[in-house]
Design a protein around this ligand. Structure first.
Ligand code: ADP
Length: 173
């Protein structure tokens, strides 16, 4: 696997020029705060219209829509687990989110993806633990199916950026 495929940046996911950006949505898929709110705002009202027709999304699953006014052609909406202390399948569910997003993107022939740090905002998943799960899932997927050209983790603050960067460095050295 070519490790250069995985990038960690600090920035705003709505500005990423990639084939697909991932949205950390909620079960309704009808919009929310955080990255979800930012994506809907940047994509425009047609995104919400398309999301309405999807009838929600179970935790750990992923659904795809168009990107409308975003630079990205597609949005994959996934629903991360709410952190309840770590003994309620949170790790498993977060891993499943990343896996299902990658699977769906691969099925669509998508080559470049940007992920936010799923569940680590309003859903309070601990950032270091979330970064390890995210990086592990992406590396495991790429080792099995090297179909992507670029996978970017878009970190919104310094804490996320340093955790993702350190975790990636440790995994690939
Ligand atoms: P969740 O409910 O899954 O925790 P949030 O949107 O509250 O989702 O937070 C997920 C992560 O997305 C957090 O790390 C937050 O800082 C980050 N985030 C918020 N806005 C953006 C944005 N525009 N681009 C990238 N990441 C963002």
């Amino acid at each position: 696997m070519d490790k250069q495929i995985i990038k960690i940046i600090k920035g705003d996911i709505t500005e990423q020029k990639v084939d697909v950006i991932v949205n950390a949505a909620n079960n309704s898929l009808l919009g929310g705060g955080g990255v979800d709110g930012a994506i809907h705002k940047a994509a425009g009202p047609k995104l919400l219209e398309e999301c309405r027709a999807l009838n929600g999304c179970p935790t750990g699953e992923a659904k795809i829509t168009h990107g409308y006014d975003l630079p990205a052609k597609w949005v994959i909406h996934t629903v991360g687990p709410v952190w309840h202390g770590g003994n309620n399948d949170e790790d498993k569910m977060l891993a499943k989110c990343y896996r299902n997003c990658l699977k769906l993107a691969a099925e669509k022939g998508i080559k470049t993806i940007a992920f936010p740090s799923i569940s680590t905002g309003a859903y309070h998943f601990p950032i270091q633990r979330a970064a390890e799960i995210a990086i592990n899932e992406v590396i495991d997927f790429l080792e099995e199916k090297p179909v992507f050209e670029k996978i970017v983790f878009v970190c919104f603050n310094d804490e996320a950026y340093s955790n993702f960067s350190r975790t990636l460095d440790e995994r690939i050295k």
